[in-house]
Design a protein around this ligand. Structure first.
Ligand SMILES: Cc1cc2nc3c(=O)[nH]c(=O)nc-3n(C[C@H](O)[C@H](O)[C@H](O)COP(=O)(O)OP(=O)(O)OC[C@H]3O[C@@H](n4cnc5c(N)ncnc54)[C@H](O)[C@@H]3O)c2cc1C
Length: 422
């Protein structure tokens, strides 16, 4: 068992890993180049939603992606670039868009996320303070056929103890959220799901780790890992060198830059997502009360204390923080189509409004990388959580702590073995 561990990356996954290790008595050093506000752990919808266990690659997605690419305001945007690694990634992604992989991936993610709510309660019990809401998640659809199909798909989750919600008509959905427009023909309400304020979760975890004795090395960038005889010996940063008994790399979309020089394949693309915050929320005839997913538009609406956040868009344009105005306009337009009384021409600049972006760490099969890196006995990866990092961070952390401290690979992370990419 390692007595000291260096965790690289202070997003929600790295922070949860650090806490799980610290609680097992390990001396933890956490290194983060930020905290980077442009990291996904700050810029996300804040949903804790184990029921949304489907990996991104899905049957039919290839055709849909091609159709989406023809529309500038569709939820997906691929900015072409000549980069062999990206083209290989796209090809592998498209290969994963089949029913068998999708079902196996859904089952694996559902199994990992099964204890999520219990683990979130445990974070709070361990002294992590964060803003949390227990208003469920309302899925809203404009297309009844799609709604029926997706609702039937929830059956995959039943064996994992997820309750299947009843199908709602448009009026029943409006009874829950009166501001939904008539264009919404129905939906379903996942009553047990929760939401958190992402920035509060990151700051709460950091504060708790600081109090617990974890060494926090913030504003320090890892520039390399030195290894010998199948083990990482030293983490090299822009400020110095840290001797390592074991290392956990949880650097989100930046992970390949850190581990690939060691010959480890970590095919992660940045799936840029956008968030628009309104504090206070825009004036509506009836304020939005609960998180809503506008399914066809892939827009997430999250009411938080004194604020409303819109989040969405999947932009494959490499690892950058550039904001494209057309994506912002599309998010607003789609929201306006589904929310009654949404202010036309609402400003996206000025006091109380913030537009920001963050990279989701996306693997080509849509599954995270959790476990020992191939060829290294003391280097673990905890990354690639794509759209579900906030949800899966505590369960990932438990598994990593078991791996590093207990020397055992928990069954629920076997499907996420980083070695599957060779
Ligand atoms: C718009 C949007 C909405 C989303 N909504 C949800 C949601 O509702 N629910 C959900 O579960 N998930 C959601 N996600 C996904 C979720 O946000 C991510 O999966 C998760 O935040 C990934 O966390 P992470 O810790 O792996 O990576 P990150 O948050 O990217 O953190 C990586 C960290 O590594 C650090 N780092 C990078 N390089 C180095 C280096 N060389 N040295 C030191 N440190 C380094 C960075 O500074 C950063 O802090 C959403 C994402 C987006 C973008």
């Amino acid at each position: 068992m390692a007595r000291s561990v260096v965790v690289v990356g202070g997003g929600v996954v790295g922070l949860c890993c650090a806490l799980a290790l610290e609680r097992r008595g390990v001396a933890v050093t956490l290194v983060d180049a930020g905290p980077r506000e442009s990291a996904a752990s700050h810029v996300n919808a804040g949903w804790v939603v184990p029921s949304l266990a489907e990996p991104v690659p899905a049957p039919g997605l290839v055709g849909q992606s091609l159709r989406w690419m023809l529309h500038p305001d569709s939820p997906l945007s691929i900015i072409p670039r000549i980069d062999p690694a990206f083209l290989r990634w796209l090809l592998a992604f498209w290969r994963s868009c089949n029913a068998r992989s999708h079902r196996a991936g859904t089952e694996a993610i559902a199994a990992l996320g099964a204890r999520t709510m219990e683990l979130y309660d445990d974070l709070r019990a361990a002294g992590v303070a964060f803003e949390e809401h227990r208003d469920g998640l309302l899925f809203a659809y404009r297309d009844g056929t799609l709604l029926g199909h997706d609702h039937a798909g929830l059956e995959t989750l039943r064996p994992f103890g997820y309750p299947i919600p009843p199908l709602l008509s448009g009026d029943e959905a409006r009874a829950l959220e009166p501001s939904l427009a008539d264009a919404i023909v129905g939906g379903f309400w996942l009553e047990r799901e929760r939401s958190v304020r992402p920035e509060s979760l990151v700051s709460g975890l950091l504060a708790r780790l600081g109090e617990g004795g974890t060494e926090l090395r913030l504003g320090e960038t890892v520039v390399g890992l030195e290894a010998r005889d199948g083990a990482v010996r030293t983490v090299v940063t822009d400020r110095g060198r840290i001797a390592a008994e074991a290392v956990v790399v949880a650097a989100g979309a930046w992970t390949p830059r850190i581990v690939e020089p060691l010959g480890i394949r970590a095919p992660i693309e940045a799936g840029k997502g956008y968030a628009i915050d309104f504090a206070p929320p825009p004036p509506l005839p009836t304020p939005l009360r609960r998180p809503i997913y506008l399914h066809e538009a892939r827009v997430a609406i999250t009411p938080l204390d004194g604020m409303l956040r819109l989040a969405g868009t999947m932009e494959l344009s490499g690892l950058n923080a550039r904001v494209r105005p057309e994506r912002v306009a599309a998010l607003l337009r789609r929201t306006g189509e589904a929310v009654r009384g949404w202010p036309e021409g609402i400003a996206t600049a000025g006091p109380g409004v913030r537009v920001w972006v963050g990279p989701r760490p996306l693997t080509p099969d849509g599954l995270p990388l959790i476990g020992w890196a191939k060829g290294y006995r003391n280097l673990a990866l905890a990354t690639g959580h794509s759209m579900l990092g906030v949800t899966l961070a505590p369960a990932t952390a438990e598994a990593i702590a078991e791996l590093v401290c207990g020397g055992r690979t928990p069954a629920e992370i076997r499907p996420f073995d980083p070695a599957r990419f060779g």
